[in-house]
Structures are given as C-alpha cells and as structure tokens.
Design a protein around this ligand. Structure first.
Ligand SMILES: [Mg+2]
Length: 270
C-alpha cells in the first residue's frame, strides 16, 4: 500500500513493542511516517498509563513521541462522558493514573472506588461510573461500581478486552472481564470506548481533524485493530508481529497484511 494518509493510528503492544522489547524496525517506521508527512498517533486501548508515561515507554524503545500524539481509551471514555454529564461532576472509577488524569483533564472530579466506598465522595454523588484496568482492583471496589451502574442504568468500560497476553504465552483476565462482572451483577450494559468500538476511531479523527479516508489503522489484533477500522470505515494494515488466532474463523479482513511495521511504506525493497 502506498502512503496516502495524513494520520496513522498505531497500536502499541504487538505492533511497536512486544514483552517490553521494541519490534525491530519500529523506530525507523515511525520516523518514516514523519518524513512522509503522516502524523503518527499512538492509539491504545490501555487506559492505565498517562500520555507522558506512554511517551516514556516509547522512548525506552527508541521511538520519539510527544504526549499530544498519544490517544488512549481513557481519553475516549472522558470524552464520552462530556456528552452525558455536566462538567465538574463526580465520576466513580476503578483504574490507574491514565484514567484518573483523563477524567480530570476533561473537567470531572474523579473518585476512586476503594474498599467499599468512594475516595473523597459519597457513592450517591457519582454521576457516572467508569472501569479501567487495574490489577489491584478488589471485590469491594467492583461492588461500589456495580451499585452506581445499577442506580444510573449505565456505566463506561474503557475497553472490552477479555484477556491480556502475558510473556509465558498464556493470559490474564483483561478489562472486559472486570466489566463483565459489573454487567452481570447490575444487569446494565456498558458503553465501551476502546477498540474495536468505532467511537474510539471517530474520537481520534475528530481530535486530529482528519477525514476517515485520510487515516489508516495499523495493529496486530484482528478483533480490535482491524475490526475497529472495518466498523469505522478506515483502512487497516494488519501486522503479524503480535497476537494470532490460529483457530479463528470469520475474520475481519485487513486491507493489507505484513510481517511487521518494518515492511510498511518503504520506498526501497527490504
Ligand atoms: Mg496490539
């Protein structure tokens, strides 16, 4: 595929790095985008890290980036709330720095569910409840979120990933599994803001001021990255450097499939 794009929405894990190691060719690929006039955006379902923390992780991989180039599912969650509740509202959440900072930046008052209560607020004051990944979340934290979701009739989930891959080739439960507990107990369905939901892509297009034909999504996961593009009408390039689903059928089709980002938009053959 020829580079005809103003914006490249880049997945991180399995696309630019894997198990904390840079994917060979990824730093040169990001530089190539810049030289070709394409704005790289680090487009991640991970709601735990702040944009500055993502930049620091990219820099450890030799990839130069700015915080404004990071677009997270936590920021999309905060944006989704802006259309639904007044500025300044108390927002109950579980999650880490990235979600707390995104809620604050959007003008809300984040209140962490902690040990059966909300930190610094009463659960009755919460105008919304949001779930982002936190491996230290407890039963009592989720109980508070569940009760608020039940009272409001809705809650927000930063992404619906059932599992996260870990280095030994197995997995741990992902954010979607936390959301499933709350959904099951409350009987309320979440508003999901991460990939593959097309709202995340639309948020990024709006934020960076480009049309869908001017953007491309590049990622390793057919069920998040490629499906997000298919649902939003944005072209996709699937890289084989991350997760694979050998038994999968009925796969969403990428516009192009390559070994890794090292192969993308090169002007000379490898
Ligand atoms: Mg990935």
């Amino acid at each position: 595929m020829k580079n005809q794009f103003k914006l490249a929405l880049l997945d991180l894990d399995g696309t630019l790095w894997r198990d904390g190691q840079v994917i060979p060719g990824a730093p040169a690929f990001v530089e190539r985008l810049r030289e070709q006039g394409t704005q790289p955006v680090f487009f991640t379902n991970n709601s735990s890290r702040t944009p500055k923390e993502v930049v620091a992780a990219l820099e450890r991989c030799g990839i130069g980036a700015h915080p404004e180039e990071v677009c997270t599912s936590a920021q999309a969650a905060a944006h989704a709330l802006m259309a639904r509740i007044p500025a300044g509202s108390t927002v109950a959440y579980v999650g880490l720095n990235g979600l707390e900072e995104a809620l604050r930046a959007a003008g809300f008052t984040p209140a962490r569910a902690q040990g059966g209560n909300l930190h610094g607020a009463s659960p009755d004051d919460a105008a919304a409840a949001v779930i982002g990944m936190d491996q230290n979340v407890t039963y009592h934290d989720l109980a508070i979120i569940t009760r608020i979701a039940y009272r409001l009739g809705w809650f927000v989930l930063t992404n619906s990933d059932a599992r996260y891959p870990v280095a030994d080739g197995t997995f741990i439960p992902g954010n979607g599994s936390l959301g499933a507990l709350v959904e099951y107990a409350s009987g309320v369905r979440p508003i999901v803001t991460g990939k593959p939901d097309s709202s995340f892509v639309e948020f990024a297009l709006l934020r960076y001021g480009v049309k869908k034909e001017e953007a491309v999504i590049i990622g390793d996961n057919i069920y998040t990255d490629v499906l997000a593009g298919a649902q939003a009408g944005v072209k996709t390039i699937h890289v084989l450097s991350g997760v694979s689903f050998p038994d999968a059928t009925d796969l969403p089709q990428a516009d192009e499939t390559v070994e890794s980002v090292a192969n993308i938009f090169r002007q000379e053959p490898l």
